[in-house]
Design a binder for this molecule. Structure first.
Ligand SMILES: [Zn+2]
Length: 353
C-alpha cells in the first residue's frame, strides 16, 4: 500500500504566515470587530472542513455568515456589570454607528423572541438574516481584512463568486495555529470593545487599565514632551514643519509593536503625522534621521529620561528598532513615508543597524 503524504507548507512558509498574521493584528485597520470574527471563522472552518491535503479550501459567504451569527449571538444580549451604578447595554462593535451584523441579530431576536441559539436555524426568518449577514461579510471584512499598513496584501484568500478561496498552504497553517490565532483575535476583539468610549457606561473606563499597568504616566510624558520640543527646536520629526510646543510625543517604534517606553524611542511629532503613521514603522529616510538624532542628542535625551523617570539607553533602543525592522522585512511590511504614502521595508533598511 502506498501512502500519499499531503504536501505541507515548509517551516519557512509557516513562519512567514505567522509573521503576516502578526502584522494583520498590529497594522490592520479595525474600525469594526468584523475582521476578528472573520479570522476566527476562517480558522474554525479550516478545522471543520479542511484536511491536510492539497485540496483548495473554499468557503461560501453563507458558511461564513453562519459562523458570524454564532459568534455575535451572545454579544446581542445587553451587557451589565455586577457593579452598582453602571447601566446595561448592547455593546457597540463599531467606531461609527452600531455594526450592521449586531443590529440585524438584535432585530431578529426582537421579532422572533428566540433567545436560545440552538433554535435560531429552524426559524423561518433565519434565511433572511443569513443573507443579510452574508452580504455584510462580503462587502466589509472580506474586502478589507487583507489591508495592512496602507497596502493590500492578499496572503490569506482570494475572492471568488459567492465566497473565498484560501491560498495554497493557508488552510494547513490555519489548522496548525488555530489556538494561537483564536487567542489573538479574541484578545484584540475585547480591546476593541473596551477602547470604544461609547461602551464606557456599561464597562467603565477600563481603557485606562493598560496605560496604568504598562505605559508611562501622563505626567512623565508631559515632561518628555516639553524636553523633546526644546531638543527638536519645535519642529515635527517627520515633516519638519514648525509646530511650536503643541505637538505630541510619538513612539518611533510603535507601542503596538514594542509596548515599552524607552526615552530614545520618543520623537516630537505633530498630531496629524503621529496619527497617520499610527501603528506602522517609519520609512527609511526617517529611520536614518532617527539613528543620527539618537547619537547626536544622546546626552539631552538621557537628561530628559532621568527627569521623567523613563529608561534612557540608546543601545537598547537601537536593538529594539533593529529587531522591529528585521521582523517587518520578513513579513514584507510597509513603512510610512508621509500622509498616505508607504514603501516596502527592504534589505537596505537593515544595513543601517
Ligand atoms: Zn509633521
Amino acid at each position: 500500500m502506498t501512502v500519499i503524504m499531503p504536501s505541507q507548507p515548509t517551516a519557512e512558509q509557516q513562519l512567514a504566515f505567522l509573521a503576516k498574521m502578526q502584522r494583520l493584528f498590529s497594522e490592520g485597520d479595525f474600525t469594526a470587530t468584523y475582521k476578528f470574527a472573520l479570522v476566527i471563522a476562517l480558522s474554525d472552518l479550516a478545522v471543520e472542513q479542511g484536511r491536510d491535503s492539497d485540496v483548495t479550501l473554499r468557503f461560501s459567504y453563507t458558511d461564513l455568515a453562519q459562523k458570524f451569527i454564532d459568534l455575535y449571538w451572545n454579544h446581542t444580549v445587553p451587557y451589565a456589570r455586577a457593579t452598582a451604578g453602571t447601566s446595561s447595554m448592547v455593546l457597540i462593535q463599531n467606531l461609527g454607528q452600531q455594526a450592521a451584523v449586531v443590529t440585524a441579530i438584535c432585530q431578529f431576536r426582537e421579532t422572533t423572541k428566540i433567545s436560545s441559539r440552538s433554535l435560531v436555524q429552524r426559524h423561518h426568518a433565519y434565511p433572511k438574516l443569513l443573507r443579510k449577514v452574508a452580504d455584510t461579510v462580503s462587502t466589509q471584512p472580506a474586502t478589507y481584512l487583507q489591508n495592512l499598513g496602507g497596502s493590500f496584501d492578499p496572503f490569506l484568500f482570494t475572492r471568488i463568486q459567492g465566497g473565498l478561496e484560501l491560498k495554497p498552504g493557508v488552510g494547513h497553517c490555519l489548522r496548525q495555529f488555530q489556538p494561537l490565532i483564536q487567542q489573538l483575535a479574541r484578545q484584540r476583539w475585547i480591546q476593541h470593545i473596551k477602547s470604544n468610549r461609547r461602551n464606557a457606561p456599561a464597562i467603565g473606563s477600563d481603557d485606562e487599565l493598560e496605560t496604568f499597568l504598562f505605559a508611562a504616566s501622563r505626567q512623565s510624558l508631559d515632561v518628555v514632551r516639553k524636553g523633546l520640543s526644546k531638543v527638536a527646536s519645535g519642529r515635527c520629526f517627520y515633516c519638519g514643519s514648525a509646530v511650536g510646543d503643541k505637538a505630541e510625543v510619538d513612539h518611533f517604534v510603535p507601542f503596538s509593536i514594542y509596548p515599552r517606553d524607552l526615552m530614545h524611542n520618543f520623537v516630537y511629532a505633530h498630531g496629524d503625522c503621529n496619527r497617520r503613521k499610527s501603528d506602522t514603522l517609519a520609512a527609511k529616510e526617517h529611520l536614518e534621521r532617527w539613528l543620527e538624532f539618537g547619537e547626536k542628542e544622546c546626552g539631552s535625551l538621557m537628561e530628559i529620561g532621568v527627569l521623567a523617570g523613563i529608561p534612557a539607553d540608546r543601545n537598547a533602543s537601537r536593538s529594539v528598532s533593529g529587531w522591529a525592522y528585521q521582523a517587518a522585512f520578513r513579513a514584507e511590511a510597509q513603512a510610512w513615508i508621509r500622509k498616505r504614502e508607504y514603501e516596502k521595508v527592504g534589505a537596505d533598511y537593515l544595513i543601517m543597524f
